[in-house]
Design a protein around this ligand. Structure first.
Ligand code: IMP
Length: 174
């Protein structure tokens, strides 16, 4: 399957993704019983994952999509990015960041730092995919869908050069 100028092959079929998301939702539901979490999905990549995950959560909760102030393509730049789109007050809130993929983990560690400085009660991360390199980072997600090697993936919200977000399955670069 070709995306833009590269060949990709099927990696995680939609059924496997949905099974995993049910497990993640069940864990979150159990851990946040009695709480009112605020989900912060990070655009653009997590819009599909967030939509599926949130519909399986039966807790009183809120959702606010956020975005990095600058976007540097698919290669981690290591530059500090701040979040935009935060409309709710985060003071005393239990935040669950919803991320599509952790590569180096650098982006999320900055986000966690920023959110903690705003007086949040707790900040946890749910990521659909964690790459090998991210496992070495100090900031770790509480919930992980799939642990993969350091390979490039697209589909299910994830893009290559802007393409592939609409695909129901996850593909990897050949
Ligand atoms: P990190 O700061 O290195 O963890 O970068 C994470 C961000 O890089 C993700 O939110 C994605 O936007 C992007 N990214 C990293 N790896 C991939 C990939 O394999 N496919 C698509 N986007 C990726």
């Amino acid at each position: 399957m070709k995306l833009h100028d590269l060949e990709f092959e099927l990696f995680i079929p939609a059924a496997g993704i949905h099974e995993k998301i049910q497990q993640l939702a069940a864990q979150i539901q159990q851990d946040y019983n009695g709480k009112t979490p605020l989900f912060l999905p990070i655009l653009n990549g997590s819009f599909v994952f967030a939509a599926d995950l949130i519909r399986l959560i039966q807790l009183p909760c809120r959702v606010s999509f956020v975005k990095h102030s600058s976007y540097h393509g698919t290669i981690s730049s290591g530059k500090l990015k701040t979040l935009i789109g935060l409309s709710e007050s985060l003071f005393n809130q239990d935040i669950i960041i919803v991320e599509d993929i952790m590569d180096t983990g650098l982006t999320l560690s900055k986000v966690v730092e920023e959110l903690r400085s705003l007086g949040t009660r707790s900040v946890e991360i749910v990521t659909l995919i964690r790459k090998e390199a991210a496992r070495k980072h100090a900031v770790q997600p509480r919930y992980v869908g799939f642990d993969i090697q350091d390979e490039f993936v697209a589909g299910y919200g994830l893009d290559y050069e802007g393409f592939g977000r609409n695909l129901p399955d996850i593909y990897r670069k050949r």
